[in-house]
Design a protein around this ligand. Structure first.
Ligand SMILES: [Zn+2]
Ligand SMILES: [Zn+2]
Ligand SMILES: [Zn+2]
Length: 218
């Protein structure tokens, strides 16, 4: 991890950029301390920032560092606000302490605990982590019983879990087997699914035995 002051400057550059103003003046405003030239020189020497005519830019590496810092800061705000009941404004200062102290694994645990929030209590976006992407994939790719789909929802068959073999054989005879793409037409009075050119009505117990992958695109 970088020294604390360097992290705070990267944080200020990031938030200034979010406001669409990369000028040194805006960065100074966002930093809660006097920006000293040697610190900027240090960041430049480490290839984390570039000074250009329109202001201070993060390099690729600097952007990644800043992302992690902002992620820790805004997750800390959420934690202090949602779990400890602090006001967004008072959470701000403590969040800034927190962001320098927490290692990545703990950050992801907190993110998971909080349900992978997308924004901080002020409404600023929380950069997402590996945990958020994994959670989203799990939700998107979750296997559910066909009976849990919404009307109109598309899915593909994962497996059929029926203890009644005659029923299973019947479904397979209808061409319903793993990998087949289906769309749920209606849920009542019976379940009607569509696949290829076929429409098939299913009893609710049968629909509960068919497990499908939800399609991410719906
Ligand atoms: Zn901070
Ligand atoms: Zn915030
Ligand atoms: Zn997450």
């Amino acid at each position: 991890m970088l020294q604390r002051r360097l992290e705070e400057i990267l944080e200020a550059i990031w938030t200034a950029e979010e406001k669409g103003d990369r000028s040194a003046k805006q960065v100074q405003k966002d930093a809660r301390f006097q920006l000293e030239e040697p610190w900027l020189e240090e960041l430049k020497a480490r290839d984390l920032i570039e000074i250009r005519p329109d202001g201070i830019h993060l390099t690729l590496q600097g952007r990644e560092e800043a992302r992690q810092i902002l992620r820790r800061h805004r997750l800390a705000e959420r934690l202090l606000h949602d779990v400890l009941g602090m006001e967004a404004e008072e959470a701000e200062g403590d969040a800034c302490e927190f962001e320098h102290a927490v290692v990545p694994e703990v950050t992801d645990s907190i993110c998971t605990l909080l349900g992978h929030p997308r924004v901080c209590p002020h409404g600023s976006p929380i950069p997402e982590g590996k945990c958020c992407r994994e959670a989203r994939q799990m939700v998107e790719r979750a296997v559910v019983p066909l009976s849990q789909l919404d009307s109109g929802e598309a899915a593909s068959i994962a497996y059929i879990n029926t203890r009644k073999h005659t029923r299973l054989h019947k479904l397979v005879a209808f061409g319903l087997c793993p990998g087949v793409q289906i769309r749920l037409h209606q849920k009542s009075p019976s379940f009607v699914i569509q696949y290829d050119e076929t429409q098939l009505a299913l009893e609710p117990e049968v629909a509960a035995d068919i497990f499908v992958w939800r399609s991410p695109e719906g």
